[in-house]
Every structure is written in structure tokens, then in C-alpha cells.
Write a protein that binds this ligand. Structure first.
Ligand SMILES: Nc1ncnc2c1ncn2[C@@H]1O[C@H](COP(=O)(O)OP(=O)(O)O)[C@@H](O)[C@H]1O
Ligand SMILES: [Mg+2]
Length: 228
């Protein structure tokens, strides 16, 4: 569960990105975050995995208070949150297998169990046969699927995706959506910032629209609501 109350974020340069956000997201929800460029979507997302701290207000994620959380406890929070970005952020000189294996935090398990888990998630995203490839040898959609495999390898309760289909063509975007829906069906909360009107209006989910740092709309099975 994610709960924000009266959240403001002003960056050191004086730009106020969030202007009083109140929101509650339950475990297992699928939420699109939409809104114009610069509205505060990425900032909203960064607050959840404590990439940024709010200037004011309270944030609770999975019963952890992110304001009083100590730096040494941040890795424990992040272990339970997978993050996927528009530009994939894979390690270019490592194989698909290694990119996913590096994220695996379970150290008590045997190498055999770790290998099994990595191959299991690669299978889930349809890339078992490309485990030995490096990112450059993959299409954009395949690279994003590696990034998703890496994000879910530790069985997080929450998967955050900031414009995951922003660099992908429509067909590839639908493939990514099918994978995200499958992950959501297994109980994982999904929060996805997107500019895709087609996706939001076709695969109906909760829509939170952020405009000028405020929640302008919050609708169950909502519409995208902007022309582009
Ligand atoms: N690290 C930062 N430092 C200063 N200003 C920032 C930073 N990140 C974002 N901003 C500003 O905060 C506002 C909201 O940005 P962002 O959250 O990235 O919006 P969105 O993802 O909706 O495009 C914008 O005006 C942006 O320029
Ligand atoms: Mg953004």
C-alpha cells in the first residue's frame, strides 16, 4: 500500500514539481499516471522508491515511513520495488543473464537456485533463448523485457514503470503491456507513467492525472484525457 498526504516537492533550484498530493494506492492495483510533460509524474514516481524525498508531507510505502527512514534502510525498501525506465538502463557490457542475475538479492540461496530464478523470469518475458546476448544485440522491445525481468527477479510487491513504452513502436508496446498485465495478475501493484493514449483508453485501469503538481483527476477505469 502507498499513501501520500500533503506531499510537496521543491527541487534545490526552486522549481516546485509537486504541490500537495494526497493519494492512496492499494496492494494489487494497476495505476496509470498521466499528464502533460513537466507536470510532476516522474517526481511522483521517484518519491515512491525514495529516489527523491518530499519537501513536506508524509509518504508511507508498505508500512514504511519514507520520511523517517534511515539511509541504511533504503535498500530494504527498494528490494520490494522493481523499477523500469523509458531508456531501459541495462549494463551494456554484460549479457542478458548477467543483467538480471546482478539484481538478484537472495544471497542465502544456492547458485543453482539463483540460476533457476533468473531463467524463470527470462522465460516469463519470453527471452530464455537470448540469455547469452548482450543488450546491443537485442531490439528495443527485447531490451525493455530484460529490464522488466530484472525489476521482478526479487518478487517485488510493487513495480514502477516511468514511460516504459516511450521508446517503443506500437506492436512492441502491446507486448510490454501484456507482460505488465500478467505481472499485475499475480498480485503485484503496478504504477505506470505514460503518454500513450491508445494504451490507457484500451486497457482500462485506474488513471491518476497530474497537472501542475496536483492530482487533477483520479478515476477508476479512466480515460487518457489529452489529445497527445
Ligand atoms: N532534479 C531536478 N531538479 C530540478 N528540477 C527538476 C528536477 N526534476 C524535475 N524537475 C522539474 O520539476 C518539474 C516536474 O518534472 P517531472 O516530475 O520530471 O515531470 P514529468 O515527468 O511529468 O514530465 C519540471 O518543471 C521539471 O523541470
Ligand atoms: Mg517524466
Amino acid at each position: 500500500m502507498i499513501e501520500m498526504q500533503g506531499v510537496y516537492k521543491t527541487y534545490p533550484n526552486g522549481v516546485t514539481a509537486l504541490n500537495g498530493i494526497d493519494v492512496m494506492i492499494e496492494q494489487g492495483e494497476f495505476v496509470y499516471v498521466v499528464g502533460p510533460s513537466g507536470a510532476g509524474k516522474s517526481t511522483f514516481i521517484k518519491l515512491i522508491f525514495r529516489e527523491e524525498k518530499p519537501s513536506k508531507g508524509s509518504i508511507n510505502v508498505n508500512n514504511k515511513d519514507l520520511l523517517t527512514m534511515k539511509w541504511k534502510d533504503v535498500p530494504y525498501l527498494r528490494r520490494d520495488i522493481g523499477v523500469v525506465f523509458q531508456d531501459f538502463k541495462l549494463l551494456p557490457n554484460f549479457t542478458v543473464y548477467e543483467n538480471v542475475a546482478f539484481a538478484l538479492e537472495v544471497i542465502e540461496e544456492s547458485p543453482k537456485a539463483m540460476r533457476k530464478r533468473v531463467m524463470e523470469v527470462l522465460d516469463q518475458v519470453g527471452l530464455k533463448n537470448k540469455a547469452r546476448f548482450i543488450p546491443d544485440e537485442l531490439s528495443g522491445g527485447e531490451q525493455q523485457r530484460v529490464a522488466i525481468a530484472r525489476a521482478i527477479v526479487n518478487h517485488p510487491s510493487l513495480l514502477i514503470a516511468d514511460e516504459p513504452t516511450g521508446n517503443l513502436d506500437p506492436d512492441t508496446s502491446w507486448e510490454i503491456m501484456r507482460i505488465l498485465e500478467e505481472i499485475n495478475a499475480s498480485g503485484t501493484t503496478i504504477i505506470m507513467a505514460t503518454h500513450s493514449k491508445e494504451i490507457v483508453n484500451t486497457i482500462k485501469k485506474r488513471v491518476i492525472a497530474i497537472e501542475d503538481g496536483l492530482i487533477a483527476r483520479d478515476e477508476h477505469r479512466g480515460e487518457y484525457g489529452y489529445e497527445i
